[in-house]
Ligand binder design. Structure first.
Ligand SMILES: C[S@@+](CC[C@H](N)C(=O)[O-])C[C@H]1O[C@@H](n2cnc3c(N)ncnc32)[C@H](O)[C@@H]1O
Length: 244
């Protein structure tokens, strides 16, 4: 059976639907991360589930040495083209979060923009914390960016319709059995394509305790990409900076 995250992120449509999640937004977060961690130029960075590489490329442009992996061949191809256009050299690898291992240690590991909670079991979902920990040098940083459960539950938009070029994009959202489910219908030239997202909802406390169980020290929690302090009622994101 093909999982939802295999077909959706492999499709041409994902980057269109999320086109507002762009380099500008990535640059803001990358600059916040650099100023908070004070990470030195030429440090080694691992981007887990890098997508089309927007954060990896920003870090590489600033002189960091970046390795990045993702499952989607299509997004990795986009990432390689984007890196070439930006004139940076990044080691892109195709791998699955659940069994990624390389014999290299990094100074900073990233897991950004809800690249988490896709699997059924907690064990599979939280395995990424161990992967991050095991690939970090002593005192290395892990940056984890996920949605804020409390904000999501209070502010979920059940339906939205948008137009991109000649496509109509309908997104229906609901919370069911502890997951946020999004059905995405794309209408183009009288034809319809269907995709969905299904992400397990974890509270801030669950995430914090799993990070601590993995032996991370939580240093900061931010609520948006510009480094604003986290507020459980007002922040849509949970951005945690943890240290090995
Ligand atoms: C919401 S996107 C975020 C991408 C990127 N971090 C960004 O901020 O643009 C989630 C990413 O996780 C990747 N992904 C999904 N399941 C994966 C898996 N099992 N192993 C590795 N990557 C996976 C997708 O292909 C996609 O690129």
């Amino acid at each position: 059976m093909t999982e939802w995250f295999e077909s959706w992120f492999e499709s041409e449509e994902y980057l269109k639907v999320y086109k507002h999640r762009d380099e500008k937004e990535a640059r803001l977060l990358v600059e916040s991360i650099i100023s908070i961690t004070n990470i030195k130029n030429k440090s080694k960075i691992l981007d887990i589930a890098c997508g089309a590489g927007r954060h990896s490329i920003e870090f590489a442009k600033k002189g960091f040495i970046v390795t990045a992996f993702d499952l989607s061949k299509n997004l990795l191809n986009n990432a390689k083209v984007n890196a070439q256009k930006a004139g940076v050299d990044i080691d892109f690898i195709r791998a699955d979060i659940r069994d990624f291992y390389i014999d290299v240690k990094f100074d900073l590991v990233l897991n950004l923009f809800t690249s988490f909670g896709y699997f059924e079991s907690d064990e599979e979902n939280f395995k990424v914390f161990k992967t991050a920990y095991n690939h970090l040098n002593e005192n290395g940083f892990f940056v984890f960016d996920y949605f804020n459960k409390k904000y999501l539950e209070a502010n979920l938009t059940p339906n939205s319709i948008s137009r991109i070029e000649d496509e109509e994009i309908i997104q229906n959202r609901r919370i069911e059995k502890g997951r946020v489910i999004k059905d995405i219908i794309i209408k183009k030239n009288g034809r319809e394509e269907h995709f969905n997202e299904s992400v397990k909802i974890y509270s801030l406390n669950e995430i914090k305790s799993r990070l601590e169980l993995t032996n991370f020290n939580i240093k900061n929690i931010f609520g948006s990409f510009d480094g604003t302090e986290f507020d459980e009622n007002l922040s849509d994101r949970i951005i945690i900076i943890a240290r090995k």
